[in-house]
Design a protein around this ligand. Structure first.
Ligand code: KG4
Ligand code: ZN
Length: 338
């Protein structure tokens, strides 16, 4: 039996999880409320909060898994990409605990982990993708279409050239003065809004790549013009604005995903990352899958946003290959996965 402790500290969530082979025994996430009044993540505050949270979070993860730390086979941790100060907390904690327990450490790429979350055995995970599959990874910092041939063989076949889909949600929400993070707020409002109330231009980007910065700008200018004639335009049209911008983001995401499925001939499709929690995206992709005959894989909500169970499962695959890291390993801020 293999017990992996996963540690995630790349942004503003401190998370620890224990898995027994692929089965999730615990997955504890401490969110950091300290950033909400700043309208975004403040790196210095994030690393300080990670320092405060990491020991209690690991303690609860072990208790909930009902195992002792001496039973752990290895510790997997997020090496990057993310905020360096935050990553350092998880990396240093992992090194010292593993040294004390005399067990291996395993570095994990955060983006690959989002994808590998699909292999977690949990009541919220319905079916496991077969290889090769395409994964649309949509998070706060990245938007990629990845061809996944095995847990260790992934190729990015399309990605954003500027903002990520999560940023498009968050920035649109900020323009509307909604709280941070804006993605879930837009999602909530969109449910009661009319998605064809307003229309926004879609970018013309070649190949399988994305661009979201133009959409943010056109949303900003559209609202600026409307506010000139009606001070309450946003307040009076909140739900319709949210539904319309969400519809456009999803439309852009699915256009390229459909193209990717066509050019690769792969119809085994998954979504991953924080934006895959979006209810509009989940239903639109389910509909597209039904229309085009895709076999679709949508993660349970708790495995969409940042969590340590996904780090643990990525570590589990590497553990089987004895792909361990050494104590001199350092985090990386930018993606090394290309
Ligand atoms: O994967 P994640 O938790 O962190 C990163 O690795 O970036 O993704 C966070 C992003 C944020 O931009 C957040 O607004 C977005 O995921 N998000 C959503 C929803 N839940 C989280 N976006 C749209 N709808 C949601 N329900
Ligand atoms: Zn993430």
């Amino acid at each position: 039996m293999t017990y992996i402790l996963g540690i995630e500290s790349s942004c503003d969530d401190t998370s620890a999880a224990v898995i027994k082979n692929t089965r999730v025994l615990s997955n504890i996430i401490a969110n950091q409320s300290v950033h909400s009044s700043y309208g975004g993540v403040v790196p210095e505050l994030a690393s300080r909060a990670h320092q405060q949270n990491i020991i209690p979070v690991v303690d609860v993860a072990l208790k909930q898994a009902n195992i002792s730390k001496n039973q752990l086979s290895a510790i997997a941790f997020t090496r990057g990409p993310g905020l360096l100060g935050s990553l350092l907390v998880g990396t240093s904690f992992t090194k010292s605990l593993a040294l004390a327990l005399d067990i291996p450490i395993i570095e994990v790429d955060h983006l690959k982990a989002h994808i590998l979350a699909h292999f977690l055995d949990d009541d919220e995970m319905i079916n496991t993708p077969g290889f090769p599959f395409l994964c649309l990874t949509v998070s706060g910092g990245h938007t990629q279409i990845v061809k996944v041939s095995s847990p260790s063989d992934m190729e990015i076949i399309g990605e954003t050239i500027d903002d990520a889909a999560g940023e498009a949600f968050d920035k649109s929400a900020k323009i509307m003065s909604l709280p941070y993070p804006g993605g879930p707020e837009i999602d909530k409002l969109a449910r009661i809004g009319n998605s064809s109330a307003f229309s926004f231009p879609k970018p013309k980007i070649p190949d399988l790549n994305y661009s979201f910065s133009g959409l943010k700008t056109s949303f900003l200018y559209f609202l600026r013009d409307k506010l000139k004639v009606d001070d309450d335009f946003i307040e009076n049209n909140k739900a319709d604005l949210a539904a319309s911008i969400q519809f456009t983001i999803i439309d852009i995401l699915l256009d390229k995903l459909k193209k990717a499925a066509k050019v690769t001939g792969i119809s085994e499709i998954a979504i991953a990352g924080g934006v895959s929690a979006n209810s509009g995206l989940r239903s639109a992709i389910t509909q597209t899958a039904a229309d085009l005959g895709w076999r679709i894989h949508i993660p349970g909500i708790k495995f969409t946003t940042d969590n340590a169970a996904m780090i643990a499962i990525a570590g589990y695959f590497k553990y089987q290959d004895k792909d361990f890291s050494t104590q001199d390993i350092t985090p990386y801020a930018r993606s090394k996965f290309q």
